[in-house]
Unconditional design. Structure first.
Length: 183
């Protein structure tokens, strides 16, 4: 196999893997809400993201939608490995699945709204959250381990474990932009 063919095959494999990971990484409970069983000290400390984070930094970025109502950056205190879905609950990040796939993240903090026109290369689109979200407009899940680089999550919110010093980001992507979280 020539080097060009190997590069083309590798790029195709990476593209296919990215789509699969976007589907797996977007899995989340149909809705999340703050738990009442959390210790008061944990719940009180969650809304801080300025300065260093001793727990897990949670970022919600509506990306090219520019829907500030969804955007958030908070530090959630954790003592050890914790389910990403639990960390989002503590950060008061609400996810909504689709009717057909309730564990996929279709909306985060109400974004995109059902009546919101998502502009993309093919025109406009409205996310109704009935079936699979569009391949060109979706929430993706990212993980940054300690001081490392952002990586596409290899698991969904229900199974992904995050630890103190790590960052977790939900990023809305339209037509591949933004391709990854900002620094």
């Amino acid at each position: 196999m020539t080097l060009t063919k190997m590069r083309t095959a590798a790029a195709s494999s990476l593209a296919a893997a990215g789509l699969l990971f976007s589907l797996a990484a977007c899995s989340a409970p149909a809705t999340t809400s703050p738990t009442t069983s959390a210790p008061p000290s944990t719940a009180a400390a969650a809304p801080s993201a300025s300065g260093p984070c001793d727990g897990v930094k949670v970022v919600v970025d509506s990306g090219s939608l520019k829907q500030a109502s969804a955007d958030k950056s908070v530090c959630v205190p954790v003592d050890g490995p914790t389910a990403a879905s639990k960390v989002l609950e503590e950060a008061n990040v609400k996810t909504e699945g689709t009717k057909q796939y309730p564990t996929l993240a279709c909306r985060v903090n109400g974004v995109p709204a059902a009546d919101f026109d998502i502009k993309h290369k093919g025109g406009t689109y409205k996310e109704e959250c009935t079936g699979m979200p569009a391949a060109f407009a979706y929430w993706s899940l990212w993980l940054k381990k300690d001081a490392g680089a952002w990586e596409y999550a290899q698991e969904g919110l229900d199974t992904l474990q995050v630890s103190p010093g790590q960052s977790l980001e939900l990023l809305f992507t339209v037509d591949g932009e933004p391709a990854a979280p900002a620094a």
